[in-house]
Design a protein around this ligand. Sequence first.
Ligand code: SF4
Length: 67
Amino acid sequence: MYRIEIDRSLCSGYGLCIDAAPELFELGSDGVAVARVDVTERAGALDAARACPMAAIAVAEERDRAA
Ligand code: SF4
C-alpha cells in the first residue's frame, strides 16, 4: 500500500501526475493537484511522484496494519 501526500504549496499545476495516474490525482478547482485517495495499492503513485517537476508528491510505502 502507498500513502500519497501532496505538498500543495509546491504544486504548480502542471498536471504531469494526472497524466501518469489519472485514477489517483486530479486538479482541484484552484488549479492545484489533489489526491483522489489517501492510500492506494497502485504503483502508479510512484510514477506520478517521479513525474512531478516540483517534487510535490511524497509516496510512502505502508504495511497493512492488523486490526
Ligand atoms: S505533477 Fe506535481 S506540480 Fe504538477 S500538478 Fe502534479 S503535484 Fe502539481
